[in-house]
Design a protein around this ligand. Structure first.
Ligand SMILES: Nc1ncnc2c1ncn2[C@@H]1O[C@H](COP(=O)(O)OP(=O)(O)OP(=O)(O)O)[C@@H](O)[C@H]1O
Length: 443
């Protein structure tokens, strides 16, 4: 391991340094905090042994700056006898461990062994997580912005479970795509994926559409019909626009989900159906449940797991890749985009989100003359898009703040006290902000 020792006591430095070098470690030694930071910037360091009390910068100040540059660096703080007595105060100093003076060399070796093991385990885990997070998706989904990476990583983690998922997001944000992804990443990608658009089916036909009907059960029912629930057996039932269901239909759906049984319209018997339900809505279902327009018990049953899809204007980083993706899909010959055209596309607000961007590209390709799309080829509303105004600024700030919270929480193993410290805010403010941005610990 590369170990940096910072101690103003030359004897101590030599003693520790000589001892560790004999055991095969590479040692850098510094007489004070400034020198330690300079050396830290020059060579890779995995472990720092820091004297807590040094003239100038103290050990924890040095450590704080090291961690800011490399959060993975490990540290053992060397303290005066009785100065630090609990693990909590060591953690407050940002160190992984501590040793009291005079340093007991065999304990130092034990601690270094422990840390080496932890580093090896963390590396393995990191690699595992990275392999899972970066495995190719079974669908063409663009999403390298932090907000989408977060969403996709959540989807990967929940896909395999049997629980219902509620996908929420504005129109055109990709809810259906994500529902399909959940199905394909789930336990049986070859099982049926059956979609029901709750807004598109007239109320009078809904029950028969969902649960099926027996022959002759109503005028026009000239054959027996298996409903979508039955068609989805063993697979996924995707209830799109679930917020549009009437109160009566909500009750019927709830019953089917609770009992895992349905009966066809005009049918005598109950039929058992095991399906995984994924629902989507662009409405605020929680608010609807609170105000009584959506059954609360149904809301809880659908929302066992949830996925939030951010609007496109909050993940503008994805726009260039989405444009490429749609150009590749719809252009009949190789087509490029002029810089000014992409600039305009990056500025636009996209009330219709990704679907709107898709339509803009289709429309522009149809009308454009050259193989290079110009700004003047874009629809009026896009060309008129103003540079980000205050609203956009606020959105941007919110998204930066959210990222910082997630980052601090990740780096503090989701221990809120530590994350709040790291961010320089109180725990109460941290909790408030987590609520505001819907941040929850990942399962
Ligand atoms: N991340 C993405 N990468 C590639 N294509 C995307 C992405 N998100 C959405 N799309 C495409 O945008 C279009 C709209 O997506 P989708 O139908 O899934 O949105 P939706 O949220 O279900 O819309 P609605 O609320 O209107 O039902 C689709 O053609 C889809 O393939």
């Amino acid at each position: 391991m590369n170990i940096l020792i910072a101690d103003d006591d030359a004897m101590q430095r030599e003693l520790l340094g000589g001892f560790l070098e004999k055991r095969g470690h590479r040692v850098l030694a510094a007489a004070d905090g400034e020198e330690a930071l300079r050396l830290f910037g020059q060579a890779p360091v995995q472990l720092a042994l820091l004297d807590h009390r040094m003239p100038g910068l103290t050990g924890d100040q040095v450590l704080e700056r090291m961690k800011a540059r490399n959060p993975l660096v490990r540290a053992i703080m060397i303290t005066a006898y009785g100065e630090v007595s609990t693990a909590v105060s060591v953690m407050k100093l940002g160190a992984d461990d501590f040793l009291e003076k005079p340093v007991d060399l065999s304990r130092l070796l034990d601690k270094i062994d422990d840390l080496e093991q932890q580093i090896a385990i963390a590396d393995d885990l990191d690699e595992l997580v990275r392999a899972v997070e970066e495995a190719p998706l079974p669908l063409d989904i663009i999403g390298s912005s932090p907000a989408m990476r977060d969403t996709l990583s959540r989807v990967r983690r929940i896909a395999d479970s049997p629980w219902s998922v509620l996908i929420q997001g504005e129109t055109g944000t990709g809810k259906e795509l994500i529902a399909r992804l959940i199905h394909l990443l789930g336990p049986d990608p070859n099982a049926p994926f059956v979609e029901v658009n709750c807004a598109a089916i007239p109320e009078s036909l809904f029950e028969s559409e969902l649960f099926g009907h027996e022959k002759g059960s109503f005028t026009g029912a000239d054959r027996q019909h298996r409903g979508r629930f039955e068609q989805a057996r063993g697979g996924t039932l995707f209830l799109d626009e679930v917020g549009e269901l009437s109160a009566g239909l909500q009750s019927k759906l709830l019953r089917a989900l609770q009992e895992k049984r349905i009966s066809r319209v005009g049918g005598e018997r109950d039929i058992a159906v095991e399906v995984r339900v994924v629902a989507a809505t662009n409405r605020d279902l929680r608010a609807m449940a609170e105000s009584g327009t959506f059954r609360e018990d149904l809301y809880f049953r659908l929302n066992v797991l949830d996925v939030q899809l951010p609007p496109l204007r909050q993940r503008r980083e994805d726009i260039p890749a989405l444009v490429e993706h749609f150009l590749a899909r719809y252009a009949r010959r190789p087509t490029r985009l002029a810089h000014e055209a992409l600039d305009a596309l990056m500025r636009y607000q996209y009330p219709g989100n990704v679907r709107e961007l898709e339509h803009i590209i289709q429309r522009t390709l149809t009308l454009a003359r050259g193989a290079r799309l110009q700004r003047s080829d874009l629809p009026d509303e896009v060309r008129r898009a103003e540079p980000p105004d205050q609203g956009a600024l606020q959105e941007r700030l919110d998204s930066v703040e959210r990222e910082m919270l997630l980052d601090a929480l990740d780096k503090s193993d989701w221990i809120q006290t530590r994350a709040a410290d790291r961010l320089g805010i109180s725990e109460r403010v941290l909790r408030y902000k987590m609520g505001k941005y819907g941040i929850r610990r990942r399962e």
